[in-house]
Each structure stands twice: as structure tokens, then as C-alpha cells.
Design a protein around this ligand. Structure first.
Ligand code: RAM
Length: 357
């Protein structure tokens, strides 16, 4: 969750704010406001309701051409098959703020039962998502949340605090306890990365981080080439950099590729969040000592089960409600409609070969 203070706004001014932000093409960390009053729980939940067959469950990740999204939605597909539903996958080829809006509008026309979306911007998607909800479509965010007032539940990969703290800790270890570090993030609008970076910055205020200096947050937009160039640019601007922390699978892979073939190999650490299959060669050639991630397939799987439970009336998104998520077991909805998958895994040379995603 973003930690920015909640602003109390009337419904009308909140709507105007959302419309205004959408019009200007997106929301960056500082302009985001969670103007909603929380999850809309309409009818009462019936925990004994049977899961409906034939539910139309559509996945809309941040972007299609990202190996992370493939693994994530692959897990969703498996779940939809187990649920005897109809799986659909749509999405843009870039993660820019408003790139998902037209897809949401089409999904509404198609009368999907559930839209599972990783928001590229917390507010740009809101008017369309609320139209979907008005059309009785359940909206589940996963991976990257939308503003709370335009979705029914959020599948968070791990706690936001846990991810931010782990990024800070890995940076400290990898930088050898002191010196300059830089963040190489995804897009400037991404809800997930922005909330992790915010937690990271809070962590860096603690005494044990006193000798670590965050000199720059760069954005590779989850585009491989741009991320590579940004990594290169960071070293040109900050030749004394001790570590690049990339809280994005695209960014960390591009940064590792750059460092591994440069004179900075062995001098500049790369850490953050990555896919074991993309990172294996850089762990084995010693460019990367440690990084972290959850299993993206499980997020997609859990999101499909949450969506089906909601579309069947078992849950409404209210805190305390429980539902069963197939092989993952039972989950309880937390504050603000958030469902946490579980703790992330740390990968090193010792364990990386046990993972295949
Ligand atoms: C990228 C995307 C995604 C994020 C992972 C860690 O693939 O930005 O949203 O969760 O990295």
C-alpha cells in the first residue's frame, strides 16, 4: 500500500481528481491519492455459496512482452481451468499509464465476470474499472494495485513493508555496508515499485543505513533496452556507485547484463527482484550475489480463485472473509481488501537451481 496520507475528499471532488489525473496521463508517486473510503462491499458474503462454473475471468497484466507477466498469467490460466471457467489474456505491449484503458473497455463490452488487472497507474485505470464494477464485473488487482476505490480486492505478492525492507537490506549487504547506491525502477507511475521504494527510503533513515547514500532513482520503464541504457547512465553519472537495486525483473536483468560485460563487474553489485531463470547466468558468473522474488505463477493462481469466489458470492472483499485457493490453501482478506500471497524467497548461487520460473 502506498503510505501517502489519505486525503478526505467528497465523492465529487474525488471523482474530479481522478478524472484530472487520468487526463494528464497518469499518476506519479507524489500525485497519487487514495481518495476512496475503502472496498465496496455490496451484498453480504455467503461462505457456503458454490463456485459458479463457466465464469469468464480475464487477465490484464501491466504488459504482455514481459517474461514475468507470462509466468504470472500462466498461473492464472491453470487456476481458471481448475475452476472450470473461461480464461482470457489481453494487454498492452508497454507499461505506460493509460495503456490499459481501452482493454478494460473491451472487457466490459464482452461482459466478463472478473477482470484481474496489474495497474500501470493507480488512477488512470479507475474510471474504466469503476464502469466495469457498475456492470457487475468483479475487479481484482494483482501485482500492482489500483486506487482502493476502484477495485474489489488486491492480491499483494508479499507485504509492501516486507519487500521494501528486504530491498534495503540486500542493498546494504551488497554495497558492503557503505557508499552510494541507486535504484533502477520500472515506470514512474507503477504503484508496486513506488510503494516499495517509499518503504526502502524509510528504512534508509535508520542508523544501520547511515553510511549508505541513495543517489538516484532511475526508470527503465520495464523496457529492456531503456533499462540497459539507464544502468549504463547510472555508472557514467555515479562512477563510485556500490550497488544498483532494481525492484523489477526487467530492470535487474538488464542491469546485470550491462554490469557483467563491463569493467564494473566485481565492483558494482546488482540486486533487487528478479526471475531465477533470467538471473541464473549472472548469479553463476558472480555479477549477482543475491536477489529476491515470489513465485509469480502463484499470484495469478490466487487472483483467479479470489475472483471466482467473489463472482460466486462467497466473498465481497471485506476484511476477515475467507476463501479457498486450490493448491495454495485458505486465504483471509486483510485490511483494505488486501490478500497477501506470502513471504518472498531469496535466491543465491546455492539455491537458484532449485527454481524454474
Ligand atoms: C516487473 C514488473 C512487475 C513486478 C516485477 C518484480 O516484472 O514491474 O510488476 O512485480 O517486476
Amino acid at each position: 500500500m502506498l503510505r501517502s496520507p489519505r486525503t478526505l475528499l467528497s465523492v465529487t471532488s474525488a471523482a474530479l481528481l481522478v478524472a484530472g489525473l487520468a487526463a494528464c496521463g497518469g499518476t506519479t508517486k507524489d500525485s497519487n491519492t487514495n481518495a476512496g473510503s475503502g472496498t465496496q462491499a455490496s451484498a453480504a458474503a455467503d461462505p457456503n455459496a458454490a463456485i459458479k462454473e463457466g465464469l469468464k475471468i480475464a487477465f490484464l497484466p501491466k504488459q504482455l512482452n514481459n517474461p514475468y507477466s507470462d509466468v504470472e498469467t500462466g498461473g492464472g490460466k491453470v487456476a481458471v481451468e481448475e475452476l472450470k471457467g473461461e480464461y482470457k489474456l489481453v494487454g498492452p505491449n508497454d507499461a505506460s499509464a493509460s495503456s490499459q484503458v481501452s482493454y478494460i473497455n473491451t472487457l466490459i463490452q464482452q461482459q466478463q465476470d472478473v477482470i484481474v488487472v496489474a495497474a500501470n497507474d493507480p488512477n488512470a485505470v479507475c474510471p474504466s474499472l469503476n464502469q466495469a464494477r457498475a456492470a457487475k464485473i468483479k475487479v481484482i488487482t494483482f501485482d500492482s494495485d489500483a486506487s482502493k476505490d476502484c477495485r474489489d480486492a488486491f492480491i499483494n505478492q508479499a507485504t509492501t513493508e516486507g519487500i521494501g525492507q528486504s530491498l534495503a537490506k540486500m542493498a546494504l549487504e551488497q554495497a558492503g555496508g557503505e557508499g552510494e547506491i541507486a535504484v533502477l525502477s520500472a515506470t514512474p507511475n507503477a504503484t508496486n515499485q513506488n510503494s516499495w521504494i517509499e518503504v526502502m527510503k524509510e528504512e534508509l533513515k535508520k542508523p544501520e543505513y547511515a553510511k549508505l547514500k541513495l543517489v538516484k532513482v532511475a526508470y527503465g520503464n520495464d523496457d529492456d533496452q531503456k533499462s540497459f541504457q539507464e544502468a549504463q547512465g547510472l555508472l557514467q553519472s555515479y562512477p563510485n556507485l556500490k550497488a544498483i537495486v532494481a525492484p523489477t525483473t526487467v530492470g535487474i536483468a538488464a542491469a546485470a547484463r550491462y554490469i557483467s560485460s563491463s569493467s564494473y563487474k566485481g565492483k558494482v553489485a546488482v540486486t533487487g527482484l528478479g526471475l531465477p531463470n533470467q538471473m541464473r547466468e549472472y548469479v553463476k558468473d558472480d555479477t549477482v550475489k543475491k536477489f529476491a522474488l515470489w513465485n509469480p505463477a502463484d499470484i495469478g493462481y490466487l487472483a483467479a480463485f479470489a475472483g471466482a469466489a467473489m463472482a460466486s458470492g462467497q466473498i465481497t472483499g471485506a476484511p476477515g472473509e475467507k476463501f479457498k485457493a486450490g493448491k495454495l490453501g485458505e486465504y483471509t482478506i486483510g485490511a483494505d481488501g488486501e490478500i497477501v500471497l506470502g513471504p518472498p524467497t531469496e535466491f543465491t548461487k546455492e539455491n537458484i537451481d532449485q527454481f524454474n520460473f
